[in-house]
Design a binder for this molecule. Structure first.
Ligand code: ADP
Length: 539
């Protein structure tokens, strides 16, 4: 067979060639843009030549601090298109971490959305490697800024060459992208994505038994483009000629619902907190969301109750998937097997709330204290994964030695696997509650709580306990119209039939909001701190 290198540029080239009329619908700060792939292609080529003019060379990193919109999409292809590396930066991290990330990656140029400019101005004197700032704005005039040297994105494009060619003399294993993942303690860890990894991961998103992304879809990645490349959707969607809807900065659940209705979105992707927000919106106002064929949900466990509401009340199929920054991210997808159609509705839901089956192309094992666990859905162990779109190291980081061993990625996630090979995540190792020598899954308790009609969000964390080492405490946000109406006892009674007695939380604390991480996951570290204060006050 021919040994043809798999490159990121070829993905957009296909969109230009075969789907020039298909659209990218992009919301920016001031308006909604509709561009064809032909236009996106030409603009990307202009940007590639501009990057070269700015002196960006093969292998060097181009950082982005931007929301989901067409300009960000163009950088996605332009940086790897000249052999440089697209480095998406999570601008919601602390300034210290942003400084660390930019310096560690040695970014040469930063693409910045206009609302992020003040943040970068405050730290610019600590970014010695950056030799150009490019501001992405719709306005003809650039915002006033102290950044130097600074360029207007649109001006650079104007001066660029529309016929610039995508790089071909590049090995498929060369870096094309880069993303930092937050660590529990210490600095974020960098993951490099190769051209080959991105292309193969794009294939994976198109498989009928995964997300089945295709030309006929209208895909809206709500997951930020700085969170594992918006789960690879922008790359795969361009390749397949899929219409893309990019929701831009500071969107609301209302805006997402309107986009789904107006643009007839067929597949959308995001973390559970996004869908909890959308669910509330759909309960309050009426929208036609019948175009949706799938809500791809991952990043943290999709609560069973939420899957049920979306499917039964709104008639929208849910696709629960699992992955991490280190896995590009798609690793498992939860779908029923054809012969499981005879399961009861409850059993089907139980099965689909699990993280699912490994995507073709990857390998896994789950290793407990005594070696690989039995496929019985009970024995727990750490999930290990390997495959062509799984990272093999952290970029210039000693913590590589902890997570990558013997050719496997140690995910730090504790899971079980059942007779069907379906994995169920029990918890992150660090969030498991260790009570009297046994483990309690905070995820299971949270899911059960969120199935209660009064509960909007719930997070269960460990609190230190003199006798048992740790005990679970539930932090619960009630839906507005249930506030003050539901007592701790009622929720504990609701849980009691579903769990062993020693699993039940020692306390239920009602709070106004659950602190979230920069990518919208429950921030358990902050919650544990908050609880310390809560109990200190009580005593
Ligand atoms: P961060 O560590 O900043 O959250 P990632 O997005 O890479 O960054 O997080 C990956 C982790 O998210 C996984 O290791 C796992 O713990 C969790 N996760 C991802 N998808 C799911 C899922 N479907 N169910 C439960 N946990 C999930």
């Amino acid at each position: 067979m021919m040994n043809v290198p798999l490159t990121v540029g070829s993905l957009l080239e296909r969109a230009e060639r075969f789907f020039p009329k298909k659209q990218v619908i992009s919301r920016t700060h001031s308006r909604i843009h509709r561009l064809t792939y032909k236009e996106v292609g030409e603009r990307t080529r202009r940007l590639m030549s501009a990057l070269k003019t700015l002196g960006i060379r093969k292998g060097e990193r181009a950082g982005t601090l931007a929301w989901n919109h067409h300009r960000h999409l163009e950088v996605y292809f332009a940086a790897p298109g000249i052999g440089a590396v697209l480095h998406t930066i999570n601008m919601r991290l602390s300034p210290e971490h942003i400084i660390y990330i930019i310096n560690h990656a040695e970014d040469k140029v930063l693409f910045i959305d206009e609302d992020i400019v003040p943040l970068i101005e405050r730290i610019a004197d600590k970014l010695p490697t950056v030799k150009a700032y490019v501001i992405m704005t719709d306005q003809p005039e650039m915002p006033e800024t102290t950044l130097q040297p600074v360029y207007s994105y649109e001006q650079l494009l104007k001066a660029g060459n529309p016929d610039e060619q995508f790089i071909t003399d590049i090995g498929e294993n060369e870096p094309a992208g880069m993303c930092y993942t937050s660590a529990t303690t210490g600095n974020p860890k960098g993951v490099i994505y190769s051209h080959r990894g991105i292309v193969l991961h794009s294939y994976a998103l198109g498989l009928a038994d995964t997300a089945a992304l295709s030309e006929s879809d209208v895909a809206m990645a709500v997951v930020p483009m700085f969170h594992v490349n918006a789960w690879g959707v922008p790359f795969a969607a361009a390749w397949f000629g899929t219409t893309q809807v990019m929701p831009g900065p500071q969107f609301t659940p209302k805006l997402l619902a309107e986009f789904i209705e107006q643009e007839k979105v067929t597949i959308t992707a995001g973390v559970p907190t996004i869908w909890l927000g959308l669910m509330r919106e759909l309960e309050e106002a009426s929208y036609d969301i019948s175009s949706l064929r799938a809500v791809l949900c991952g990043g943290s466990a999709a609560p069973r109750g939420m899957i049920q509401t979306f499917e039964q009340k709104f008639n929208v199929p849910f696709l629960h998937a699992y992955g991490m920054t280190e896995t590009s991210p798609l690793a498992t997808v939860s779908r029923l097997k054809s012969y499981q159609s005879n399961l009861s509705e409850e059993e089907k839901l139980d099965q689909r709330a699990k993280q699912g089956l490994l995507v073709p192309g990857l390998e896994m094992k789950i290793v407990g204290a005594h070696g690989e666990v039995a496929w019985d859905g009970k024995e727990m162990g750490e999930l290990l994964i390997r495959g062509p779109w799984i990272a093999n190291e952290y970029y210039k980081d000693e913590r590589t030695n902890e997570a990558f061993k013997d050719g496997w990625l140690y995910t730090g996630d504790v899971a079980t696997v059942d007779e069907e090979g379906v994995i169920k995540l029990v918890d992150r190792t660090k969030d498991l509650i260790k009570s009297g020598g046994e483990w309690i899954s905070s995820v299971d308790l949270e899911n059960a709580l969120m199935a209660h009609e009064a509960v909007f969000e719930a997070s269960v964390v460990a609190v230190p306990d003199a006798e048992w080492q740790e005990r679970p405490v539930a932090c619960v946000v009630l839906k507005d119209h249930f506030k003050g109406q539901v007592e701790k006892e009622e929720l504990l009674q609701f849980l009691a039939p579903q769990f062993a007695k020693w699993w039940l939380p020692d306390d239920v604390v009602f709070i106004e909001e659950i602190p979230k991480t920069s990518v919208g996951k429950f921030l358990k570290r902050a919650l544990r701190e908050q609880l310390k204060g809560h109990y200190a006050e009580k005593n």
